[in-house]
Design a protein around this ligand. Structure first.
Ligand SMILES: [Zn+2]
Length: 105
């Protein structure tokens, strides 16, 4: 007896990434090439990206501004210097994955 092998389909996303289609759901990739997350996970929070005064990019989420540090996939609250531990993890397409820590202000 052969088991039915699930069919995985890969389609290009609007932002140049890849979307995985499996059982009529779409999945997107985060930092890992092995894990795919249901795209519904990313629909709610809206992230805004703006140029910063110093030529970089800042991100706005929940009325807080975030700055990028070493990774393109992690943004740190701009009040980090004041001890704030809030970070936002995004996909390579710049979509919200999760918020870690919380604001202290
Ligand atoms: Zn904060």
């Amino acid at each position: 007896m052969f088991q039915e092998v699930p069919v995985l389909q890969f389609v290009p996303s609007k932002r140049g990434g890849k979307i995985l289609i499996y059982k009529n759901n779409s999945y997107v990739q985060t930092s890992s090439k092995i894990r795919w997350y249901c795209s519904k996970k990313f629909q709610t929070p809206f992230l805004q990206f703006m140029p910063s005064k110093r030529g970089g990019t800042i991100m706005i989420y929940n009325n807080n501004t975030y700055v990028q540090m070493n990774s393109k996939l992690r943004w740190y609250c701009s009040k980090k210097a004041g001890g704030c531990k809030s970070r936002v993890v995004v996909t390579e397409d710049g979509e919200f994955v999760t918020e870690l820590g919380g604001h202290n202000h």
